[in-house]
Design a protein around this ligand. Structure first.
Ligand code: CA
Length: 163
């Protein structure tokens, strides 16, 4: 899954690049609207992190194009300016994040949007049955067996075992 960051602040871009790649996301960075338009059309990102103040225009200009091709959009706003936020959400953005932001918050927002959009962040589907030797976990039915014998676990015990 590809995330496109449109941001002209190099320090912000580098920080996001590192941590989103650590999470297993494909990451593209553009620092101008023109480059972002090109990347949007050619790379089909699943999500766009969109700065508003860019050297060749406003991030707003890219929002509808991104939405039109099915990408989710999160605006990165320089200040908690309610006018900006309302305008961004009016344009169909999925969320906004106010700078300066915490990387952990960005990751959490991205994952929440991916869940809502039904996009799997890592493109792995969760295993329905896990088998380790004699041990078998039915993750959908939340049942555990050793051989053919069912083991009764509490919900919490099951969660720990599944993990
Ligand atoms: Ca900017």
């Amino acid at each position: 899954m590809i995330i496109l960051l449109v941001e002209d602040d190099e320090a912000i871009a580098r920080g996001l690049e590192y941590s989103l790649q650590q999470e297993g996301f494909g990451f593209l960075h553009c620092s101008t609207l023109a480059a972002a338009r090109h990347a949007l059309a050619n790379e089909r990102p699943a999500l766009v992190l969109l700065d508003i103040g860019l050297p060749d225009g406003s991030g707003y200009e890219l929002c509808s194009a991104a939405k039109a091709q099915g990408a989710s959009v999160i605006f990165l706003t320089a200040c908690d300016d309610e006018g900006n936020v309302v305008m961004g959400l009016d344009m169909g953005a999925d969320d906004y994040i106010t700078k300066p932001f915490n990387i952990l918050e960005v990751k959490a927002r991205i994952k929440a949007i991916m869940r809502r959009a039904g996009k799997n962040a890592t493109q792995e589907t969760k295993a329905k049955v896990v088998e380790v030797g004699e041990l078998r976990l039915d993750c959908e039915g939340r049942r555990v067996f050793i051989g053919t014998r069912e083991i009764n676990l509490t919900a919490k015990e099951f969660d720990v075992l599944e993990l």
